[in-house]
Structures are given as C-alpha cells and as structure tokens.
Design a protein around this ligand. Structure first.
Ligand code: FFO
Length: 484
C-alpha cells in the first residue's frame, strides 16, 4: 500500500499526535502532505506566513465550537522536515483537546487524508532527500537514549556528519570510476600503457587509507546502546547489597529494575556519570560442602553474570583485606585472574574502612599485592566505607574512567576525529574497503578494477541508504513512534 502510494504519486496527507498522549503542558499535532494547508484553512480560516508562529483559534468543522486557541506553524514545501507542506498545532495538552483536534482534522473530510503510520513522517523525509539512513538511525538512537553519553555517542550520525563523510566518499568513487572508464576507452583507441592509470590507482589507494583510518577509530555505538555490564562480586557480607542500595537511592537514578528470585542476581540499570550501567548484584561467592543447594544456584548465576560483565567490581570486607590471610580468598583471586585473562576491567573496593585502624597502611599493602599478582592498576583499588558513604564518589569517578575506555567515548583528551558507527554501518564500510583492495589487486586488468569500484560504491550507498534500503526499512521505522 505505502509502496503503491509512492509510485503512483497518489500522496495522502497524513496527520498524527507527535507528542505522548495524556495530560501535559503542550501537545503537538502534525499534518504533512499536499492538503496540509487546506486543512489549516478549513480549521482556522487563514494560512499564516510560513515558519512564523501565530496564535489562532481552531474551530471544529461540524460542531462550530472552538477546540483550542493554539500556536500554529506552517512550513511550505520543500522547506520542512518531510519536504512536504507541514502544519503544526501546538495545543494545550489535554486529553479532550487532543481528541477533538484530531477529530476536527478528520471531519474536514478532505480526500486522501489519514492518520500516519509509525515513522511515516521520517520515511517521507527520507524519500524527499531531507535525511539519509545514518541520520535516521542516529535519530532513533538519540530518541532512545536515556543517559548523556548514549546521546552524544550518536551525535555524528544524527546530525549528518557520517552522512557527509560517506557522501564525499561516494562522489570520489564515482569520479574514479568515470575517469577509469574514460581512460580505458581512450587507451584502447590510442594504445596507451599502464602508466595512464597510475593517478587513478593512487586516488583509490588514498581513499582506501582514509576509510581504514575511519574504521580503526570508529566508536562502536552498540556498547552504549546496550549498556555497560558491571558485576558486583565478593564474599557474603562484604557490602554488595549496601553498595547497590547506596547507588540506587542517592547518587544515580534508577532507570529500570528487574528483581529476580531471592538467590537470583538482581539487575539494576543506572546512570553513572552519564553511562548506562547494568549493575548485577550477585550472590556471594562461597564454595564448600556446607553450601545450601539454593545458594549454589545463586553462585552459578553470579559467576555467569560476572563472566559476561565488562567490569567486575570486587568488594572485600575489612576482615579480608586487613588480615594476613589474603590467600584465604584464593578462589576470589582465581576468579579475578580469569577475568583479567578475558580483558575485563577489575575494580576493587576495600570496604568497611570505618572498622579499621590505620586503614591506609593496610590498603597500600593490598594495592601492591593486587597490582603485582593480578595486574590490577593501583588506581582501581579504592578504600571505602559504604555504610558511612566515604570514598564512594572517588570510586565512581574511577569506574567512569573505565566506562569511557570500554565504550570508546569521545572526550577532550582523546578526540581523534572518530565517529560513532553502528555495527551495520561498520560492516558495510569493511565490505567497501575489501572491494577497493580487490580493485587494486587486479590492477593488471582495469575492467575488474572498474567492477570492484562499482561494488565498493554500492557498499557506501548501503551505509546511507542509497542502495538496498527497502530491506532495512521495517527495522528502522518500526523503532519510531506514530507521529515521528
Ligand atoms: N515543532 C517541531 N519541533 C521539532 C521538529 C518538528 O518537526 N517540529 N523536529 C522534527 O523532527 C525536530 C527538528 N527538525 C527539523 C528538521 C528540519 C526542519 C526544516 O524545516 N527543514 C527545512 C529548512 C531548513 C532550514 O531552514 O535550515 C529544509 O530542510 O528544507 C524542521 C525541523 C525537533 N523539533
């Protein structure tokens, strides 16, 4: 149906509530399409100057009552979000107001006017060349973002930097191919030698280098989209639950909580220094014949969660880290060793400093031990009293530094000009580079070079949606709400 509409130029005018339903300060109803201004004329009696806000009464066409006195915006095509005529009603956000405004639009009885499908405004923006696939993906991720780092990681996509980069590459590739084919034709007629092709090969080589540079500094966006997994581990009564409670109640906002059964791991999604963090509070690691079966199930879950975590946060109570018997907790250190092998970041909280005389001396010893035996950086070992809320802010700041490394977040210190790329985009870029290398591999046969250049161009087209976009549409637009 939608396809048919596009092809036949039978373009319906669509409308939708673009803000969440329910009581609010404001609600925005958007209309896009060839009849948008006719709807406006029927409901307010006038068409204001484009892009200039004006306060007008919206009259219901059959009841002849005023639905709302609202701010009206009119965008004349093509200078609008969709590239079509757009009318926006910035209404008071009442349930009945919105319902009646939508009803008023419907009751104008203008032909080819219907409620919009999810993502349909964005789809029109795409087909009218107002946006590309990377900007749509970036926008979808930006709208889904719940923390600041999630948001900024997709900025370059949402704001068109990635699109402009790819657009430039596409133009260069097309130029190379045109030049190559012209040179092939010319050389056949004039019997020229290979030398004529050298500048073109050089251009392809330079472009390949540039793409490889971008790929190597690409910041994968899916780590932040999915969240950083932190497993809180340690022996029973080390203070694991207290830490989770502290985080949840004071310094970080809980976005979501999924409690399991008593002995299951509890996962909490937190915002720590702008990073979305899945904190898993695991049952205490304890092994031995006296362990109840139910508890050992908890231990299994704990291990599993810890193995999948990006960061392991080991909490040790003072009994352990001040004692002479560090070896006592052998199995915990064994576990940490395993993690280290898997390239996990480990942070250690030396808890219950409030119970320890001369804590910093003991802590220094432990730091040394952890550093020498397990290669845990000195800066990853923190003295804290969770109960008295001491040292936790510094520990969180240190954790955030690890999050920054794990998620390749851009900071003032490491701004290498790298962009946020999602997996789909990176895969296409890799394929493109592969074809460019092939094109140079077959340098002896310039016809194959031209073919590989074409395939490389298609891959760049896949990134921006110029090629093979249909197969991705359902995935992309289903992520948008109605009205977007
Ligand atoms: N009220 C309102 N706020 C909104 C939107 C909207 O549609 N309506 N947006 C919707 O997502 C976002 C803004 N995005 C927009 C993108 C392009 C154009 C636009 O008019 N583009 C024209 C002119 C560009 C210009 O003047 O610089 C164009 O591309 O030709 C408008 C909004 C967020 N805020």
């Amino acid at each position: 149906m939608k396809r048919f509409e596009r092809i036949s130029k039978f373009i319906p005018t669509i409308y939708a509530l673009s803000t969440p339903a329910g009581r609010a300060a404001l609600s925005v109803v958007r209309i896009s399409g060839p009849s948008a201004s006719t709807v406006l004329q029927k409901l307010t009696g006038k068409i204001p100057k484009p892009r200039l806000a004006s306060l007008q009464s919206i009259k219901h066409p059959t009841r002849s009552q005023i639905v709302d006195k609202a701010l009206i915006l009119y965008f004349q095509q093509p200078a609008s979000f969709t590239g079509e005529d757009i009318v926006e009603f910035h209404l008071h956000g009442g349930k009945a107001i919105v319902k009646e405004a939508l009803d008023a639009i419907e009751q104008t009885n203008i032909p080819n006017l219907r409620y919009a499908l999810p993502g349909e405004f964005s789809e029109r923006a795409f087909y009218n060349g107002k946006t590309d696939l990377t900007q749509l993906e970036g926008l979808a991720d930006a709208i889904d973002a719940e923390t600041s780092e999630q948001l900024y990681s997709v900025s370059q996509q949402a704001h068109g930097d990635l699109y402009r980069l790819c657009f430039g590459w596409k133009n260069k590739l097309v130029e190379c191919r045109a030049l190559l084919e012209a040179t092939i034709d010319f050389s056949e007629e004039h019997d020229l030698d290979q030398k004529e092709f050298e500048p073109i090969f050089q251009e392809i080589l330079d472009l390949t280098d540039e793409m490889e540079r971008h790929l190597s500094k690409a910041r994968p966006t899916e780590i932040l989209r999915e969240g950083i997994r932190v497993a809180v581990v340690g022996p029973p009564n080390a203070g694991k639950s207290s830490l989770v409670n502290y985080l949840a109640k004071r310094k970080v906002s809980i976005v979501n909580e999924q409690p399991g059964t008593t002995r299951d791991a509890i996962e909490t999604l937190l915002d720590i220094h702008g990073f979305p963090v899945f904190l898993t509070d695991t049952a205490g690691f304890r092994k031995g014949s006296d362990v109840q079966e139910i508890e050992s199930i908890g231990i299994e879950i704990a291990k599993e969660k810890a193995e999948k975590a990006h960061v392991v946060l080991l909490i040790l109570p003072s009994e352990i880290w001040t004692g002479k018997s560090l070896a006592l907790e052998n199995q915990i250190f064994e576990l940490v060793k395993n993690y280290k092998a898997k390239n996990q970041q480990v942070h250690v909280l030396l808890n219950k400093t409030d119970l320890v005389q001369g804590a910093s001396g003991a802590a220094t010893m432990v730091r040394k031990y952890l550093h020498q035996a397990l290669d845990i950086p000195i800066s990853h070992v923190h003295e804290v009293s969770i109960k008295n809320e001491i040292g936790l802010e510094q520990a969180l700041a240190a954790l955030a530094s690890s999050f920054r490394i794990i998620s390749h977040v851009q900071t003032e210190n490491n701004d290498d000009g790298g962009y946020g790329w999602n997996r789909r985009q990176r895969e296409a870029l890799k394929e493109c580079i592969k074809h460019l290398k092939m094109s140079l591999n077959y340098a002896s046969d310039v016809v194959i070079t031209a073919e590989e250049l074409k395939l490389a161009t298609d891959e760049v087209g896949r990134i921006t949606g110029a090629v093979n976009v249909e197969s991705l549409f359902d995935i992309i637009f289903s992520r948008f709400c109605v009205g977007k």
